[in-house]
Design a protein around this ligand. Structure first.
Ligand code: ZN
Length: 68
């Protein structure tokens, strides 16, 4: 295993860590009610996942867009 010969400076460590940053959360909009929601999550506003009802029986009731 190669080992580092010299300890590098605080400056080099800090320059490397300038690239470590958190990304802004991606906000999508619910296809049913249009409220902002996270991807792959049940909507906080209406409780639907896509066009199907989330919760206890996931995907058991599937609604089509014309029924709203
Ligand atoms: Zn919704």
């Amino acid at each position: 295993m190669p080992n580092p010969k010299r300890r590098h400076s605080n400056c080099r460590t800090r320059l490397r860590r300038t690239h470590y940053k958190i990304k802004a959360a991606v906000v999508n909009h619910c296809s049913r009610c249009g409220a902002p929601s996270r991807a792959h999550r049940v909507c906080d506003n209406c409780g639907y996942y896509g066009f199907s009802k989330g919760g206890d029986k996931k995907g058991s009731e599937v609604f089509h867009k014309e029924e709203f």
